[in-house]
Design a protein. Structure first.
Lengths: 491, 193
């Protein structure tokens, strides 16, 4: 070990190991993670795949290597008592993302969220055992956040009891889903449903896109990979063009809406809120990922700052000039310390939102109480945006804090930046998400200020009563008649 | 001013809430004014006021993040005194840092220049106090070298050995001289053009 780092470690004013337990929740979790890391990183997974340093691999080689790792990791996962344990390990091990990331992060959750019991029994076991590999196709080449603008069509044919799916325009080609390019053989496709010529809005459909034996695209399916990106190079984000693809009626995901035996469209009232629940969960997970990415970047930059020396140490003694560690410059500490704190702050927000998410889920399932969903949705949307914005800035600050060596791919920082800044765009572009939060705040202020005009009435759906809102920690302060007093901090 | 500002967390959280309150009400008034005075539709007014609305959302979210961050830090009190102390110091720094980097937001709600100068002083002091705990703080993230995949951030700190060894493995370094150089440039260096 470099003596400069050893010297730093001796200066600690606290027990490092105990802080690790605190950050992770408890000692048991830390020990289990280390056990798994040893198994996957050191014993069972010798790095024999990498013939040249990873940063010199081509796009195709990165994908191939990620597939080999994914296969080995998920094979091993079935030997674990709780296969979910491996997900964290897999995320970290696939430094350019896994081609199976969307299968586990979105396809399986979407099956759980959108399928009825019968459909879950039909697809979930196969999905968990990787007999089918799926992705979630919503965004199109010409349409993103504005879901009503999506153009992919699903036309119901009651005579045949089938849906015909089409990409009617160039801009309606599905674009971006991870794993779609080369890996997935199934996709949950979001399409505008038409029943008897009546438009019924966006609904999810299970579409098989590749032959399960040959893995070749099925008739009517044109599918491929988008091309190299700033990060996530192994995620094979893809495109999908559907030309008169016929699927059975039973392939519409029917938990929230379905076509009955008489060919009539039926939908549950709370469909929109149930859909929000799935998005909300993913956004909360992104906040935890930000904490993790920032911790990686700041660990690299801080350790480097303790090893790298630059300039003359003003405290040089006995006429011998020595160089100063860059960590001893105030400007460097002003860059790094906030990043350490930000990682903790993101972790705190994640813990709080995950707890709120569990409460809301319980209210929905036990009492059919959906009232808290809009507030939680507004907060999780905005906090995903805030933490990814701050996270991307923090990683870039860390990269710059390492001078020229931070610009080398070997520093790991460009890769972390690519994967972090991507989160500013996926799962809701940040500007759109801030505006979702703003809309909730606007409604809250409007309620208090009583400034409403009649045209606004239809836009305002107060889902919590006034008392509940006042006591809600996150927005209670907005119910004051005057601005909070800042005491002796102001004139 | 008596006492430190950044460690008066209740006072700081009031300051963050005042800023969020101001920006939310300001954005509301902007939308409302366009609708009532200028006769714009809600949708049109909303689009025109997006900059203010985003600012309002950010202020609100930062306030929320600070509340949750402080709750988490406070939970360390029961766990370990030394850990609690360093986490609090770090949180004080972050509160002060946010104010220092976004002075305008807080001046708008009445924060005075003297307080800002005091916060800057306190940040300097905290940077000195936190200096010795910086490596231990990042070590506590306990990130495996395989997770970091970084030549300059590895746990053993042998930065220069790793950088040099990786450079030697570069494909361009496997053949020397490089055939492309011989094919395209070498003759050029001999030409008398």
């Amino acid at each position: 070990v470099n003596p400069l780092l050893e010297e730093e470690r001796c200066k600690a004013t606290f027990n490092i190991e105990k802080l690790t337990y605190f950050l992770e929740g408890d000692q048991e979790k830390t020990e289990r993670r280390r056990e798994l890391e040893k198994k996957f990183y050191e014993d069972e997974f010798p790095n024999d795949l990498i013939k040249v340093p990873v940063d010199y691999l081509s796009h195709s080689e990165i994908y191939t290597e990620a597939l080999i790792k994914a296969a080995r990791i998920y094979f091993e996962a079935f030997n674990l008592e709780d296969p979910r344990e491996v997900l964290g390990i897999a995320d970290a091990y696939h430094y350019e993302a896994s081609p199976l990331l969307l299968h586990f992060a979105m396809f399986i959750p979407a099956l759980m969220g959108h399928c009825n019991d019968e459909q879950q029994a039909r697809w979930l076991p196969d999905a968990i055992e990787l007999k089918i590999i799926g992705t979630y196709a919503q965004t199109e080449l010409g349409h993103g956040s504005y879901l009503k603008g999506l153009q992919t069509e699903a036309i119901y044919n009651d005579k045949e009891k089938t849906f015909t799916l089409n990409s009617p325009t160039l801009e309606s080609i599905k674009w971006w889903p991870g794993g779609l390019g080369k890996t997935a053989n199934h996709a949950i496709v979001q399409a505008q449903l038409f029943v008897d010529g009546v438009h019924r809005g966006l609904h999810p459909f299970m579409v098989q896109i590749r032959d399960l034996e040959t893995h070749k695209p099925l008739p009517g399916i044109e599918v491929g990979e988008l091309g190299p990106k700033l990060g996530f190079k192994a995620a094979d984000n893809g495109y999908l063009k559907l030309s008169s693809v016929v699927i059975p009626k039973s392939n519409m995901l029917m938990k929230n809406a379905y076509i009955d035996d008489n060919g009539r469209y039926q939908a549950k009232k709370a469909t929109d809120k149930l859909n929000l629940g799935t998005m909300l969960f993913v956004r909360v997970l992104i906040i935890d990922m930000m904490s993790f990415n920032i911790s990686k970047a700041v660990t690299i930059a801080t350790r480097y700052s303790a090893v790298r020396k630059q300039g003359i140490n003003p405290d040089s003694k006995n006429g011998v000039t020595s160089e100063l560690k860059i960590i001893d410059y105030a400007a460097q500490r002003y860059k790094l310390i906030p990043c350490i704190a930000l990682s903790h702050a993101c972790k705190a927000v994640f813990i709080s939102l995950m707890s709120a998410f569990k409460d809301v889920n319980e209210s929905m399932s036990k009492r059919s109480d959906y009232r808290s969903i809009p507030l939680l949705h507004a907060m999780s949307s905005g906090l995903k945006a805030l933490t990814t914005d701050l996270g991307a800035s923090a990683v870039e600050i860390c990269r710059r804090a390492c001078g020229g060596n931070g610009f080398l791919l070997a520093s790991g920082l460009p890769r972390i930046f690519g994967n972090t800044v991507a989160a500013c765009t996926y799962e809701g572009e940040n500007t759109i998400l801030y505006l979702q939060t703003a809309r909730y705040l606007y409604k809250t202020v409007r309620l208090v200020s009583n400034h409403g005009s009649s045209s606004m009435e239809s836009n305002t759906k107060v889902t919590l009563n006034l008392k509940e809102r006042e006591t809600s920690q996150s927005i209670g302060y907005l119910y004051r008649v005057t601005r909070p007093d800042i005491g002796n901090l102001g004139k | 001013r008596e006492g430190k500002i950044v460690s008066d967390v209740d006072g700081l959280l009031r300051l963050f809430s005042a800023s969020a309150y101001y920006h939310c009400h300001f954005a509301f008034d902007q939308v409302d004014c366009r609708m009532r005075v200028q006769g714009q539709s809600f949708e049109k007014a909303w689009i025109e006021c997006q900059v203010d609305l985003i600012k309002a959302a950010k202020s609100h979210l930062i306030y929320y993040m600070m509340i949750k961050y402080w709750e988490w830090v406070s939970s360390g009190e029961k766990y370990d005194l030394n850990i609690s102390q360093v986490l609090k110091r770090l949180a004080y720094f972050y509160f002060g840092f946010i104010i220092n980097e976004n002075k305008g937001d807080f001046l708008a709600v009445g924060l005075d220049l003297t307080s800002i100068e005091q916060i800057q002083d306190e940040l300097s002091t905290l940077m000195v106090e936190l200096r010795n705990d910086m490596i231990p703080l990042v070590d506590a993230f306990d990130l495996h070298d395989m997770v970091l995949m970084s030549a300059i951030g590895c746990k053993d700190g042998n930065v220069y050995d790793r950088l040099f060894n990786l450079a030697k493995k570069a494909p361009l370094n496997q053949v020397d001289p490089n055939p492309s150089f011989i094919k395209y440039i070498k003759d050029l260096t001999k030409s008398k053009l």
